[in-house]
Design a protein around this ligand. Sequence first.
Ligand SMILES: [Zn+2]
Length: 241
Amino acid sequence: MSNSSKKSSFLSTSSSAAAVQSGNASSGNNQNNIQSTFRKKPIPVGQKGIELQAHINSTLGNNGSLREAVKLPKGEDELEWIAVNVVDFFNALVFLYDVVNTEHCTEKTCPTMCAGPKFEYRWMDGEEIMKPMECSAPVYCGYLFRWVEKQIDDEKIFPKKQGDLFPQDFKKRVKKIAQRLFRVYAHLYHSHFKIICALQAEKHLNTIFKHFVYFAVEFSLISSEEMMPLRELVDGVLQAP
Ligand SMILES: [Zn+2]
């Protein structure tokens, strides 16, 4: 019975987080604009990728069919489908983060990469950074986006041509990518939802996040443990009619 009220918490959950910043962020003029650093990634797997993206866009065009939009289209290759979607999610998240980054997510406002008071993330990629490193949210996101970009740019991981093989560990890599992208959403909701609302970008954030959650659940990309910082929000998305 009480569960039915959960849906209404979709938007309010995050704004109640203790970590909400007041928005009086300093100039932040020494921050790099994240979008100029990370340019939009082209769709992988050649012509097939373009067709698959057209499929996503046409499904999304029909009202309320986000759940449908994540499903593997009949007869299509699962890995190609996942690759195209992951690149799309990456592009969308870089764009979203850019909304707050320059002025509102700075070393000063966000000295740690957190998702509310209970969750803090440290960066480690096992390549450049070998030990978990405490860093500010913008530094963490910079590392994270660079780490994802490097993989997307690598044709051996995200083939550019249709018919090229995906690596054996592709799904494992994608899980890690999705898990880490989720952390950026967690940070945005917990620390920047107020300013995102003030900038009237919350609908965009909510839609992309819903799409991302449906996709992650459809292909079992993120463990429920990793989703803990946005548990209520995720439950609200999944339980919505
Ligand atoms: Zn921040």
